[in-house]
Design a protein around this ligand. Structure first.
Ligand code: NDP
Length: 445
């Protein structure tokens, strides 16, 4: 058996019942074939693929908390420190009922290559809990975050592991987590978390970074393929942090975003999604999208899935993993969509990705397209170390430069290995080579 097939079998055998993790490993390893074949002896000798597909450390813990009625609950807490070869582990915390070890391993594995692509010194990690923040009071959220941090604090630090936000973890949760860390550590370690509030060490433009970065990369990708975002119709899924700022930046760059969605339904607004209304509904009221259409009489609300049935030129999946499946890909292509860039992590299934690529759609995977968030987190760490803050324009300009750089890094890697235009392969190869090189230089660790 060749080395890649051996490793795929090994991962499947050692991680039973972890489909998301298998899917992420499959996607990365398949596109690394030309690189591995060229270096097989060297990599085998040091068990490089065995090590790169095995987390350095998995931490699992109990998170007990008490609700407003005095009832106790227990959730599962996780932190997966996947690969620290190029810097401290870095990656978000997710609070969502679907969180389990498979999801945590897939996200931290992906994060390793994404962080490598940014060019900043950050390893890959991810964490979270199956706690559902929906419908919980502020006090319940605070008590949960404090209980979670009571365990997590032992394993993190500005030079060790630096968590941030993800699904279900925004400014409010990061505030509670940071406050409790500071209290139990008895010292002010500003760089231990990113996504902090501006009054205590956060970076300007971190909130916008993933959505804006996604659009900067999409614009560069289109430009390099002789196209422009101006005048295009864009379908976006999600209505959270990434989706909201993707929609905002799409407008700025001259496109018209016409959809958004949440876990219960989706909105089509023929006049284009109104960013102020969306923010009011989701960020201020934390309400459902049914509230959006009350304020926008021309917009339509539909229950369930359906964003990808709308006629569009560009699709930006920004909600969660496996939300764009084969039938969705077929509907997009049939409706003339020619570009898909992933704002979420692994939103497109493997067969849907293949269908899009085979149909000539320009497809950029999340590990490149959504790297803007972690890039600005890296810039937040720089500002914390320097004990100063940069202006919005400074951070936004650096974000733009990083996203353009990521696209060319990915594009060049694909060309170098004879797969021009295959940005999935390009992202995996470019992300992998830097981590692999660092691992080779550091010995068997
Ligand atoms: P948010 O929690 O702010 O928003 C998530 C959105 O997706 C919400 O609209 C939510 O709907 C919807 N959603 C979540 N889970 C599901 C589900 N199982 N089915 C359908 N819809 C769902 O998260 P973010 O915007 O921060 O993250 C979105 C994606 O982007 C994730 O994949 C995340 O890992 C990725 N990402 C985020 C980064 C960041 O900086 N925030 C950085 C890089 C990647 P509802 O409100 O109803 O739950």
């Amino acid at each position: 058996m060749n080395y890649i097939d051996e490793i795929k079998a090994r991962v499947a055998q050692q991680n039973p019942g972890m489909p998301e993790f298998h899917q992420a490993v499959e996607e990365v390893l398949e596109s690394l074939r030309p690189v591995i074949e060229k270096n097989e002896e060297k990599y085998r000798k040091v068990a490089l693929l065995e090590r790169i597909t095995t987390p350095e450390r998995v931490i699992m813990f109990r998170v007990p908390w008490v609700d407003d009625n005095g009832q106790a609950h227990v959730n599962n807490g996780y932190r997966v420190q996947f690969n620290g070869a190029i810097g401290p582990y870095k990656g978000g915390l997710r609070l969502h009922p679907t969180v389990n070890l498979s999801v945590m391993k897939f996200l931290s594995f992906e994060q390793t290559f994404k962080n490598s692509l940014t060019g900043l010194p950050m390893g890959g990690g991810k964490g979270g809990s199956d706690f559902d923040p929906k419908g919980k009071s502020d006090q319940e959220i605070m008590r949960f975050c404090q209980s979670f941090m009571t365990e997590l604090y032992r394993y993190i630090g500005e030079d060790t592991d630096v968590p941030a936000g993800d699904i279900g973890v925004g400014a409010r949760e990061i505030g509670y987590l940071f406050g409790h860390y500071r209290r139990i550590r008895g010292s002010y370690v500003g760089g231990v978390l990113t996504g902090k509030g501006l009054s205590y060490g956060g970076s300007l433009a971190r909130t916008q970074a993933t959505g804006y970065g996604l659009l900067y990369l999409t614009e560069e990708l289109l430009k390099c393929n002789g196209k422009s975002l101006k005048g295009l119709t864009v379908a976006v899924s999600g209505a959270g942090n990434v989706a909201t700022y993707a929609i905002e930046k799409a407008w700025t760059l001259g496109a018209k975003p016409v959809t958004c969605s949440d876990s219960t339904g989706w909105v089509y607004d023929p006049d284009g999604i109104d960013v102020a209304t969306l923010k009011e509904v989701k960020e201020v009221k934390r309400a459902r999208l049914t509230e959006y259409v009350k304020a926008r009489p021309n917009a339509q609300y539909h229950e369930g899935k359906g964003v990808w049935t709308v006629k569009c030129d560009v699709a930006l999946p920004c909600a969660t993993q496996n939300e764009l499946l084969l039938d969705d890909a077929k509907a997009l292509v049939a409706n003339g969509c020619f570009c898909v860039c992933e704002g979420a992590n692994m939103p497109t299934s493997l067969d849907a990705t293949k269908y899009l690529q085979d149909s000539g759609v320009l497809f950029c995977p999340g590990k490149a397209a959504n790297a803007g968030g972690v890039s600005v987190s890296g810039l937040e760490m720089c500002q914390n170390s320097e004990r100063r803050s940069w202006s919005f324009e400074e951070v936004d300009n650096m974000l733009h430069e990083i996203m353009v750089g990521i696209f060319h890094n990915v594009d060049n890697a694909a060309k170098e290995y004879g797969m021009e235009g295959n940005y999935v392969a390009g992202a995996n190869i470019a992300g992998f080579l830097k981590v692999a090189d660092a691992m080779l230089l550091q010995g068997i660790v």
